[in-house]
Ligand binder design. Structure first.
Ligand SMILES: Cc1cc2nc3c(=O)[nH]c(=O)nc-3n(C[C@H](O)[C@H](O)[C@H](O)COP(=O)(O)O)c2cc1C
Ligand SMILES: CCCCC(=O)C(=O)O
Length: 372
């Protein structure tokens, strides 16, 4: 463990003590976002427009945090999971295996990035029932994607989370300036050496390189049916933020929708995800589950996302802070803080179970959202 002496009682504390001790290239990669960071910042700050209407005198001696619905038939401890993020070995030598062990020990769900350092098989072995989502990028070389999909299905992953907000990498100024590259001693765990996609070539967005391996031509009509033809896993889409795309996704037959703007790393000036969530939930109309990520840092944020209709929420950067803090134990510590904070919010709001967290428990103040 690095030398952290401050008591850590919130995720903000964990961020504050770990980031100054993180190498600049990694710190910029984790903390950065697209362009002027407007969406990155608003993902978190927009939660403050929502206020909780607390009920009292409701005997909250027992509070049950189990999710409203099982996920892939399993009851996790809490409707909060670990979102897929790339290159966990930049935070700790255990990498995604440490993260998966923490998920298994705390009974949390986990998504694994296509760009993990450790392989999907190592992560499945470590995380077992917790390692459920495999986040998919579709590459121009479709045979590489197809082979990967077949391998992760065989390993026991339950669903693909097809990332739909990244036809090109966003323009992340800090990565462009410092020419982000994966340290040479780390690898791409999911690809045989000769097929490893060229992440560095993607840095900079459309102008970064003509050799971007991610296929920017993916679309509803072609890509979802193609994935269906090669896998029996569930197919979810990660990165939907509008009612229009919710409808198209459902028409295309997806099994679930994950509202996300990639933690503000892709399109800058997009809506904060907590503000995009209600229109997606309304358009989905209960036909498929809706999950959300982006800027969630407190138990109150989890509560608000559930109140607005999300079935499950996911954390990105806090997992990296936890890993940096102390590997598996650090991720477990981060999870403990979120769990305590969510439980406390539920009790103080007078909710015994997640089912009781509904739109009536919230009001929104401040600038309103209206379509033009
Ligand atoms: C360093 C980093 C790497 C990421 N890598 C991926 C990735 O490989 N695939 C993906 O779909 N999303 C990726 N994401 C986005 C996360 O899955 C998630 O949408 C986002 O981090 C949620 O926002 P938060 O960090 O504010 O919690 C990454 C995010 C970060 C911070
Ligand atoms: C090509 C993208 C890889 C990781 C990623 O999604 C991110 O850095 O946000």
């Amino acid at each position: 463990m690095a030398n952290f002496t401050n008591p850590i009682v919130s995720l903000a504390d964990m961020e504050a003590v770990t980031m100054p001790q993180t190498d600049g290239m990694a710190r910029d990669y984790w903390q950065g976002g697209a362009n002027e960071l407007i969406t990155l910042k608003e993902n978190s700050s927009a939660f403050d427009y929502y206020k909780i209407r607390a009920r009292c005198m409701r005997n909250v001696e027992n509070v049950d945090m189990t999710p409203r619905k099982p996920l892939f038939g399993k009851k996790y401890s809490i409707p909060v999971g670990v979102a897929p993020s790339a290159f966990h070995q930049m935070a700790h030598s255990d990498g995604e295996v440490g993260t998966a062990r923490a998920c298994k020990s705390q009974n949390w769900a986990m998504g694994l990035s296509s760009y993990s350092n450790r392989s999907y098989q190592e992560v499945k072995d470590a995380g077992e029932d917790s390692a459920v989502f495999f986040q998919l990028y579709v590459f121009k070389k479709r045979n590489i994607t197809e082979d990967l999909v077949r391998r992760v299905e065989k390993a026991g992953y339950k669903a693909l989370a097809l990332t739909v907000d990244t036809p090109y990498l966003g323009r992340r100024y800090s990565e462009i300036r410092n020419k982000f590259c994966l340290p040479s001693y780390l690898g791409y765990g999911n690809f045989p050496e000769k097929e490893a996609p060229d992440f560095e070539a993607a840095v900079g967005g459309m102008t970064g390189s003509t050799n971007n391996e991610i296929d920017p031509s993916i679309c509803w009509e072609e890509t979802i049916p193609w994935l269906r033809s090669i896998t029996n896993m569930e197919i979810w889409v990660k990165g939907v933020v509008t009612e229009e795309d919710t409808e198209l996704a459902i028409q295309a037959g997806v099994d679930g929708i994950w509202v996300s703007n990639h933690g503000g790393r892709q399109l800058d000036s997009g809506l904060a995800t907590i503000d995009a969530l209600p229109e997606v939930v309304k358009a989905a109309g209960g036909r498929v589950p809706v999950h959300v990520d982006g800027g969630i840092r407190r138990g109150g944020d989890v509560f608000k996302a559930l109140a607005l209709g999300a079935d499950f929420v996911w954390l990105g950067r806090p997992v990296l802070w936890g890993l940096k803090y102390d590997g598996q134990a650090g991720v477990e510590k981060m999870m403990g803080i979120v769990t305590e904070d969510f439980k406390s919010t539920m009790a103080l709001a007078g909710c015994h179970s997640v089912d009781e967290i509904n739109p009536k428990t919230l009001v929104r103040i401040g600038p309103s959202i209206s379509k033009l």
